[in-house]
Design a protein. Structure first.
Lengths: 524, 596
């Protein structure tokens, strides 16, 4: 190759390089104050993916990412494997160091912060026997996730997860009594927060509300049903109120706490919530839709000629297969298993929709009937949708609780039972008996006013526990459990929920009869 | 500290290893001679081949046995100068940079910062020094040959063996120098980062309930992301609890009405315990029947086994060489006991356990000593010389409970349906504390040994391979050395997912490692290929040093003295390999045209 050829070759290379730089510049020109930058910069801006938009720019994280020389995925994999091994061999210092490195390598992957934070709060903490060590790891897991918010400040999921963990892990763990106490005493975590506000439910709620604020700015809530996402801060207030009473705080403080919870439920009930059906609903509007449906159905019924529904039934029956018809016509008490399984299909086939009825109405009423049918169908659809969302958050029960708990009778009843339990634990039998009797009488009054409370085991369970304490007190005082018991319906409801319970002890059952007997049911 | 296997005793290791080394050297030497003969026979015919081989062996032996220390040191000095010319100090600058910014990458809230920081500096140093040794050793000789600068040496009256040894020594000197400076900086870094103190938060001090002695409890201020609970006696002296693996002593001084509390430096943070581990551990099951292991509580890691509470189940540790001379003040026991609760119980209290000291011959036992287990903490207990037996009679530790220097310590869990988990190293006697600085130096000695090995292999490969290839070969030696056990496990089928070919097929097919390969011809072919490949790999790795054997990080990081036996085994192993790679390097260099 002579010198001229070499020169030409170099010129060609330079031209090719220059030609390749043009599309590169078009693609990756950086954003400046005067220019929107290249295609990639614009896409980053549009989808809010630039590092500055996601969160803080951490030099440590950027350095470690650069130091892996494009092998970030491999490095992350190695670190995950190491972390798993550290966890297996109970090397917690190594484990938490590996987690820090993983977070530095993958700072904008929200699920990494959530998953590893969960590991610390829920899986590592329980490896320790001392509850103080457990608390340390719970807080470490929470702080780990808080660190994640620096890199992902607009992630409702991460913010909500932090709030949920502070609230639920500290407030619902087996060691929740100790955890809540340590949380109140934790100056390092709470900083300058006043002592009265150092409650895990309230602090958790702050984070959950921050998540809500981010979602209100239009950031999608992913990974959780909206109704659940918005119900967490409300339930924090409910749980806060419950724990206040469980720890012996009653009076105005508890009353206000419950009222605040009731207000929060009302607010949630009137919030526009997206659903899986791409329709926004409000939890409070179910009754309105039910009313609307009833009116439309009544209008449809007025327009329906006599015998049309029966005719439709006959037609549908005729379309059933022989086995389906046999199942349909069988006496419900005589149906076999095959019949029962067939009936799921048969019921669907035999259902007569409003529109089916309306479409068979002819003449001048046809249009009005179709309109009424459509209205009823739409209202039923919305009512059903709201009902599903309500069931998910146990709306009816908690609304009712929040209404009745701030009432003076309920507060008094709870206080008396609490004091009765305290006296019982302190072996003050006579005093505890008096407090129980008075408290149970108060409960009678509350339940008479709100019988719907008996529909839920979470209401009756603590009451039954107190009744059992009362039974035990009577036994120790050589007294018999009263024949027509003042809260017999509570015991009945308990048996319905859980089945007959085992006797508290052989002695007490012999003397007083088991709860099952008291409830008039056969003993197991 | 976790010790899954007992380290070798130097005295038991040495002679079998020397014999093995000599055996291997003899076989390799014989093979070399036979191969040389065959090559020569192919080139010059069988008669001339005998003469050529004889001459080669004679020259080689003469070369090897008439090495001149003066010439070697001169060549070593050349290697040092060359290293400096190649800006080897950049490696040191990188190390300083890493130390400067280490705080960015390390968990400031670690529950065990000493372990974290020590592991970090030792690991960072190891990798940096090994990389430096790799680059220096593998690229030097090929570059000299390529640039013909080697002629300035081979034309001088030097022997080929001296060239190889000079290079190894020269690079080792540079590595040693670097390592020494790195060690010094690392030590200063760790000591400075971990050194801290607190103040007693006077407002937090409150009288201890149900204590008439005037003791008070409170807490310290926050320092280095932690604080301690502190318990003081009536005079204001006391100590803190253990947090982040250390505690502090507190002393009070009075100036008029004003009491000042002085919190001392961290204790047990940078330490080098010299433990006397049990020589044996046996278990008794719930009915009192003996066995090698306790029960499993379902952990994936089988290191510890468990004993059931409130039954006859026990873990019995046998200690040897227990003499009044070694333990004049009684036995300082330290134990790390894992707790497994099968039900919540009283979370405010630890699980109750007991220790009984027993004479292994007579069965005479001490009165039980109860304790609350401290899960994941090292619990220190001092057993006095004078004890009582179960009847209340006074007994002497050494006269009544030790037989032929042996003593048994029986551990039991006392809470019903709760469990204690132990392994043999979990209860030991803290015979004494060695110097942490010396221990730190010993850990650097292990890194030095690794550096020497990499240098040796790098120079050896560079005698017959080009620079890049020699570097790759040395790198492969390091990687395979670190994963030696893994290769053996793959070959023996102890690792799920099969050999390399099967693994590749599984990746392509996105098939889980736990699912069986579909039976058939293709699977048979894949697995047969893997067997051949793994046979080769196992034998190659068998020849390479196990680099994990030189890892002393765990000892230093967890505050345990590196046993002298471990250090001696490491050094002698490295010397054996250096002798081998020197001989191989010399022989290969002889085959190079440049050397004639």
């Amino acid at each position: 190759m002579n010198q001229r050829q070499r020169f030409i070759r170099k010129i060609v290379y330079a031209c090719v390089i220059a030609a390749m730089l043009l599309p590169l510049s078009w693609l990756s020109q950086p954003e400046t104050t005067e220019s929107k930058g290249g295609v990639l910069a614009q896409m980053r801006s549009e989808h809010q993916l630039s590092q500055a938009q996601l969160g803080e720019i951490d030099p440590a994280s950027e350095t470690i990412k650069l130091a892996t020389l494009g092998m970030r995925g491999v490095a992350a994999n190695i670190l995950w494997t190491k972390a798993n091994n550290y966890k297996k061999t109970e090397d917690w210092a190594g484990y938490s160091a590996a987690l820090e490195q993983i977070a530095k390598l993958q700072p904008n992957v929200v699920s990494v912060w959530i998953f590893l934070g969960w590991n610390l709060t829920h899986n590592v903490s329980v490896e320790f026997d001392d509850y103080r060590d457990r608390y340390y790891w719970v807080i470490k897991g929470i702080k780990y996730r808080q660190e994640g918010t620096k890199y992902n400040r607009d992630s409702p999921r991460l913010l909500s997860d932090i709030g949920w963990t502070i609230a639920q892990k500290i407030g619902r763990a087996d060691e929740h009594v100790q955890f809540r106490r340590l949380f109140r005493e934790d100056d390092d975590f709470n900083g300058s927060r006043p002592l009265a506000q150092r409650d895990n439910w309230l602090v958790g709620r702050e984070w959950l509300l921050t998540a809500e604020q981010v979602a209100a700015r239009g950031v999608a809530v992913r990974g959780e049903r909206p109704v659940l996402f918005y119900s967490h801060p409300v339930m924090c207030l409910v749980n806060y109120s419950e724990d206040l009473e469980e720890e012996g705080t009653f009076g105005e403080v508890a009353k206000n706490a419950w009222k605040k919870a009731a207000d929060a439920w009302s607010e949630l009930a009137n919030r526009d919530l997206p659903t899986l059906s791409n329709v926004f609903i409000r939890l409070s509007e179910k009754e309105q839709y039910d009313e609307k449906s009833a009116q439309a159905q009544a209008q449809l019924a007025r327009l329906t000629p006599a015998g049309l529904r029966e005719k439709l039934v006959e037609e549908k029956k005729a379309s059933l297969s022989e086995s389906e018809r046999e199942a349909y016509e069988a006496d419900p008490s005589q149906r076999t298993k095959e019949h029962d399984s067939l009936m799921y299909l048969v019921n669907d086939k035999m259902a007569i929709s409003h529109l089916e009825v309306a479409s068979r109405i002819t003449g001048s009423d046809h249009a009005a009937a179709l309109k009424a049918a459509e209205e009823a169908t739409n209202a039923d659809f919305m009512s059903n949708l709201i009902n599903i969302e309500r069931d998910i958050v146990y709306y009816d029960y908690w609304r009712l609780r929040c209404q009745i708990e701030p009432e003076d009778d309920t507060l008094e009843a709870r206080k008396l039972i609490y004091e009765g339990n305290q006296a019982y634990n302190a072996a003050q039998l006579v005093k505890s008996k008096e407090l129980y009797v008075e408290g149970l009488q108060k409960w009678r009054k509350v339940l008479d006013a709100h019988p719907a409370l008996l529909k839920d085991a979470s209401m009756t369970d603590p009451l039954v526990e107190s009744i059992n304490n009362y039974r035990s007190v009577l036994h120790q005082l050589d007294e018999t459990f009263p024949g027509p018991f003042v809260l017999q319906d509570v015991l009945d409801a308990d048996v319905a929920f859980h089945g007959p319970r085992l006797p508290i002890s052989q002695d007490s059952s012999a003397a007083d009869g088991t709860p099952a007997e008291a409830a008039g049911k056969p003993a197991p | 500290m976790v010790r899954e296997t007992d380290p070798p005793l130097f005295s038991q290791w040495l002679w079998p290893s020397v014999l093995y080394f000599l055996e291997a050297a003899a076989i390799l030497g014989l093979l070399t001679v036979v191969l040389s003969f065959l090559v020569a026979a192919f080139r010059y015919g069988p008669v001339a081949a005998g003469d050529v081989t004889y001459q080669a062996v004679r020259t080689s032996l003469r070369d090897l046995f008439s090495l001149s220390p003066r010439r070697i040191s001169a060549l070593a000095w050349l290697a040092v100068q060359e290293s400096l010319r190649r800006r080897v100090l950049v490696g040191f600058a990188v190390f300083l940079l890493i130390l400067l910014f280490a705080g960015w990458f390390l968990d400031a809230n670690s529950n065990d910062p000493a372990t974290l920081y020590l592991s970090f500096v030792l690991t960072a140093t190891t990798w940096l020094v090994l990389l430096m040794a790799l680059f220096l050793s593998a690229l030097s000789l090929p570059a000299d040959i390529k640039n013909h600068t080697i002629y300035t040496i081979v034309t001088k009256p030097v022997r080929l063996g001296e060239i190889v040894l000079g290079r190894i020594l020269g690079f080792a000197v540079i590595g040693t120098l670097m390592l020494g400076i790195m060690g010094l900086f690392s030590y200063i870094f760790v000591a400075r980062v971990l050194n801290h103190t607190h103040e007693v938060d006077v407002a937090s001090l409150k009288n201890v309930p149900n204590d008439s002695s005037g003791s008070r409890a409170g807490r310290t201020t926050l320092a280095q992301n932690h604080r301690h609970q502190v318990t003081l006696d009536a005079k204001g002296n006391g100590s803190t609890d253990i947090a982040q693996g250390h505690y502090h002593n507190v002393t009070a001084s009075t100036d008029g009405d004003k009491v000042t509390y002085d919190v001392g430096p961290p204790q047990d943070l940078l330490t080098a315990r010299v433990p006397e581990f049990a020589t044996a551990l046996r278990f008794k099951d719930r009915s009192g029947k003996g066995g090698d292991r306790g029960i499993s509580v379902g952990n994936e890691w089988k290191y510890r086994s468990y004993i059931e509470g409130a039954t006859l189940a026990a873990a019995i540790f046998t200690f040897s060489d227990i003499t009044p001379e070694r333990y004049p003040n009684g036995l300082p026991i330290e134990m790390t006991i894992r707790v497994f609760r099968s039900y919540k119980g009283d979370v405010e209290k630890g699980i109750l356990g007991s220790l009984v000291l027993k004479n292994p011959k007579t069965g005479r036992a001490s009165q039980i000593e109860t304790f609350r287990a401290k899960d994941f903490y090292i619990d220190h207990r001092d057993i006095p010389r004078t004890l009582t037996d179960p009847t209340g009679k006074t007994i002497d530790l050494f006269d009544d409970l030790v037989a032929d220097g042996q003593l048994e310590i029986e551990l039991q869990c006392l809470d019903d349906s709760q469990y204690f988990g132990v392994a043999k190293p979990d209860i030991y006697l803290r015979a004494r504390d060695a110097s942490f600085t010396m221990n730190f130096a010993k850990s650097y000695l292990a890194i030095w040994v690794q550096m020497l090995l990499v240098t040796g292999f790098g120079v050896m490969f560079s005698t017959f391979l080009s620079g890049a290839v020699a570097m790759m070969a040395t790198l492969a030696t390091i990687v395979m050395g670190f994963f030696k056990q893994f290769v053996v496990d793959v070959a023996q089928g102890a690792v799920q997912g099969g050999g390399p070919i099967e693994s590749f097929v599984r990746i392509v097919k996105k098939q889980n490692v736990t699912t069986q390969m579909e039976p058939g011809l293709s699977t048979d072919v894949i697995q047969a290929g893997d067997r051949v490949f793994m046979w080769f790999m196992t034998h190659v790795t068998g020849l390479l040093p196990d680099f994990r054997q030189f890892d002393n990080v765990d000892y230093v990081a967890h505050g345990f003295d590196i046993p002298p036996d471990v250090v001696l085994v490491q050094v002698f192993t490295a010397l054996g390999y250096i002798a081998a790679v020197f001989a191989i390097g010399y022989l290969f260099l002889r085959t190079r045209e440049v050397a004639r």
